[in-house]
Design a protein around this ligand. Structure first.
Ligand code: NAD
Length: 511
């Protein structure tokens, strides 16, 4: 039996399997009778249910992590490294299995799901270098015959709360680093696609991670609140929409925790007149419609200097006509949206754009698809002449809707981005080094692409936005990730000799 099949257990008296929790190295059904539906978005069918933890279930999972933690904290760096390497090898060998599981619950096309796993794997590879990343420092003779050293120690139990759009990669932004640094993890995945987390739990067990160090708690607000409030949980890494990120940040800090809460986004791509318009059109289509626009780094606002707008829109429209929307298992370019409710929200925004007077160049509602009619479809959609007060611009649509905003100058483009409340990612397309350099210097956004539409940083740099796209001050993975999951100690040492004798009540001076 593969890990995928083991991830779900049949529900007593029901025909659909229920995805449960992963605690202490085994699956657990928990005690709650509450469940939520899990869909196959390409068929529109409910294929599973997911357990929604009671407070008692949540407390039990957190307690298991707390029990397991001290032994892992004390395990040598050499042994921890071996476990991380084993996890990396298993993940690399079996990622098509995980990708298929993601496609079946999220809907993104298989190739994109595989890409997500590979980007997550980068962080596992970073974490394999834990012995180097956790090194402290020493200063000999900081004062005469006095040495000072620093070291970093794990926090204990840490909570990770993740969104639906990257059920493998986003958790992997955090848990490889948290575990490598010597913490115990409770992951609360999105209830929309809960199985990837269980699959990864089983992989950790196979890799030799001690039971109780990686746990999965399935649930909704109740499970999140349990993590935010439990005194056993020392830090929270959250990724999701901005209102929930703000809620998590405020509540978890009130309970004395360290928090990084990554929120929503509205990512602008600026195209200057000197850019190669064919390459810019390719990038706009890839960045706007990849994963059906359900990426926090998706391009949703295309800010174009008016003189080239008609030509660029022509090239984009031409490319859009070749895109195939359909079932992610059939080699299509773009899959469905995650749920029927989300599809309705996205089509609602499209109608609002029309009503507000934007020009609907390509309407993705009711387009042809290669999939079951009940699937949650919206095909790629393009608006022109969008203005900043329209809801298609002010709201994070999180669907395959690209809006062109025409501006007169580079400064107008920069002002528009800097006036937006979000600051996750942005891109500029130009061959003018001076303009690009000014853009990277002045734009108030955390991740910037220069002729790169989706500038997700590599694992050894850190991921995170500015303004309403991140609450807290530490970004994910890279050295910032190791810093987040550890706390520092500084030790001042002297080995006594007669020169240290004598009474002196003054503040210690170094000499
Ligand atoms: P969401 O905010 O609805 O859910 C995120 C997590 O919060 C889930 O685990 C969910 O169960 C939980 N949650 C939902 N409602 C809650 C509530 N009332 N109280 C407590 N917890 C609650 O987000 P989503 O729809 O799953 O994901 C899409 C959003 O995530 C988009 O806004 C996207 O931009 C954002 N996102 C941001 C980044 C980033 O790096 N900044 C990355 C990926 C996704």
């Amino acid at each position: 039996m593969t890990a995928t099949q083991e991830a779900v257990a049949p529900a007593a008296g029901q025909d659909l399997p229920v995805v449960g929790h992963w605690v202490d190295g085994v699956r657990s059904a928990g005690t709650s009778s509450r469940t939520a539906d899990v869909f196959d978005p390409a068929t529109g069918q409910v294929t599973k249910r997911v357990a929604l933890a009671s407070r008692e279930d949540s407390d039990a999972v957190i307690a298991a992590a707390a029990r397991a933690w001290p032994a892992w904290r004390d395990m040598s760096l050499a042994r921890r490294t071996q476990v991380l390497f084993a996890f990396r090898e298993l993940l690399n060998a079996r990622k098509p299995e995980l990708a298929a599981l993601i496609t079946s619950e999220h809907g993104k096309v298989l190739e994109d799901a595989l890409g997500e796993v590979s980007r997550g794997q980068e962080i596992v590879e970073l974490a394999c270098g834990l012995s180097h990343l956790l090194k402290g420092s020493t200063s000999e003779n900081a004062s005469t015959n006095v040495d000072v050293s620093s070291l970093r120690q794990p926090l204990g139990v840490v909570g990770i709360i993740s969104p639906f759009n990257f059920p493998a990669m986003v958790p992997m932004w955090f848990f490889p680093v948290a575990i490598a640094a010597g913490n115990a993890v409770v992951l609360k995945p999105s209830e929309k696609d809960p199985s990837a987390a269980i699959w990864m739990g089983e992989l950790w067990k196979e890799a030799g991670l001690p039971d109780g160090i990686f746990n999965v708690l399935q649930g909704d607000k109740s499970a999140v609140d349990a993590l935010l409030e439990s005194p056993k949980v020392k830090a929270i890494s959250f990724v999701g929409s901005t209102p929930i990120a703000r809620y998590v940040y405020e509540n978890a800090t009130r309970h004395g925790k360290r928090v990084q809460a990554l929120g929503g986004a509205k990512n602008h791509m600026v195209v200057l007149p000197d850019a190669d318009l064919d390459l810019a059109a390719d990038a706009a289509v890839n960045g706007g419609f990849g994963s059906a626009g359900e990426r926090c780094m998706a391009i949703s606002a295309l800010v174009v200097i008016d003189s080239i707008a008609d030509e660029l829109i022509g090239k984009i429209t031409e490319r859009m006509s070749g895109l195939r929307t359909g079932d992610g298992r059939r080699g299509c370019d773009m899959g469905p949206l995650v749920t029927g409710a989300h599809r309705d929200k996205v089509t609602g925004y499209i109608q609002e754009g029309v009503d507000a007077g934007a020009e609907l160049v390509v309407d993705g509602r009711g387009g042809q698809v290669d999939g079951a009619p009940e699937g949650f479809w919206v095909s790629p959609t393009l608006f022109d002449k969008v203005t900043p007060e329209m809801s298609v611009y002010t709201q994070e649509i999180f669907g395959p809707v690209l809006s062109v905003l025409r501006v007169g100058t580079f400064d107008d483009a920069l002002d528009m981005i800097n006036s937006n409340p979000y600051g996750n990612g942005t891109a500029i397309f130009t061959n003018d080094g001076g303009a690009a350099r000014r853009f990277q210097h002045e734009v108030e956004v955390g991740m910037i692409g220069i002729n790169v539409p989706v500038p997700v940083p590599v694992g050894y740099y850190s991921f995170g936005g500015w303004k309403n796209s991140l609450f807290g001050d530490t970004h994910a993975h890279g050295t910032e990730g190791f810093h987040f999951y550890t706390r520092g100690k500084v030790i001042t040492t002297r080995w006594l000799d007669p020169s240290h004798g004598g009474i002196n009540l003054g503040f210690p001076q170094n000499d």
